[in-house]
Design a protein around this ligand. Structure first.
Ligand code: SF4
Length: 309
């Protein structure tokens, strides 16, 4: 696994996805209560260079050289990719490889910026988040930087969906007691109707989230949300062992080899293995669920430790 390019990883939405992480560690304009990477203060929506784009291009070209079977090249990773002022250049580079369609996962808060609009135009698929139908819920669930205004964010989504020539999907994360009431889901459905995306994916919190107050909703609530939002919506479940391919098998072994020696945080595991924090978190969640490791909170940090038999 490289420093910026990881996978291909199996994704329920995108098949086999080769991931590109432009920002490490987490750099984001919001601080979602359910974020798996950790809780960090949100940054203002100011774009800049975070890493030398040539390093990413070199890694991506190397990852593509053996012609791996991939369905998408996906810009995502540990933060908000549109904050990188090199995104346009890198999307164009990924397209020039003619290997797979290019997808960008985004929190959507910069979609109203003209330069972001222009740079994303070459992508094939854009998947922004929309967890809140109003400023109050946005503040509670996504905890944006004060320079981000809900109305501009929403307007950005609506305009972008109209103007973008590729596929535009919305992703919603439901958090128990925060954005899952029937009233809020109906308000969200009306917002989505105006945006008119090609599809909507509804998911919930996967463990361990940044904040322990962020709890997943039940399958029934996911089903109710799907009915309220309508035909274009489908639910996505959390990571389960049937997702595991050789990528996760190898990552699981490497994580266990570390945790057998000492408890570690997700951040340290990702750094030590050069692995993407989202992917590490998925494996950790599975290992916690099957009792191989357990969570332990110490000095304000969350560690994971191996459970000896
Ligand atoms: S979940 Fe994504 S958008 Fe939300 S804080 Fe984490 S990195 Fe940012």
């Amino acid at each position: 696994m490289g420093k910026f390019v990881y996978g291909p990883v199996p994704s329920r939405r995108l098949g086999r996805s080769l991931g590109i992480d432009l920002l490490r560690p987490k750099i984001c304009t919001v601080n979602c209560v359910y974020c798996q990477i950790g809780s960090y203060p949100p940054l203002p929506p100011v774009r800049k260079r975070f890493v030398n784009p040539k390093d990413i291009e070199r890694e991506l070209a190397e990852a593509i050289r053996p012609k791996p079977r991939i369905d998408y090249i996906t810009f995502s990773g540990s933060g908000e990719p549109t904050l990188s002022s090199d995104l346009g250049r890198l999307v164009n580079f990924a397209k020039s490889l003619r290997s797979a369609p290019v997808c960008v996962l985004t929190n959507g808060t910069l979609l109203s910026h003209p330069d972001v609009k222009e740079e994303l135009a070459a992508a094939d698929v854009i998947i922004p988040n929309l967890d809140a139908a109003n400023a109050r819920v946005f503040k509670k669930v996504n905890r944006p930087h004060p320079d981000i205004k809900f109305d501009e964010y929403l307007e950005g989504l609506e305009t972008y969906a109209r103007e973008f020539s590729g596929k535009f999907f919305i992703e919603i994360v439901l958090v128990k007691g925060m954005n899952d009431s029937e009233e809020h889901l109906e308000e969200l459905a009306a917002r989505i109707e105006r945006i008119d995306p090609d599809g909507v994916w509804i998911g919930t919190v996967t463990r361990p989230p940044a904040e322990t107050v962020a709890k997943p909703v039940t399958k029934e609530t996911l089903g109710k949300a799907r009915r309220i939002i309508g035909e274009r919506a489908q639910t996505i479940s959390a990571f389960h062992s049937d997702d595991t391919g050789s990528f996760y098998g190898e990552l699981t072994e490497n994580i266990l080899a570390l945790l057998i020696r000492r408890p570690e945080t997700v951040e340290n595991i990702s750094k030590s293995l050069g692995a993407n924090p989202h992917e590490v978190t998925k494996v950790i969640a599975q290992l916690v669920e099957d009792g191989t490791i357990r969570r332990r909170d110490m000095s304000g940090k969350t560690y994971f430790e191996y459970v000896k038999n």
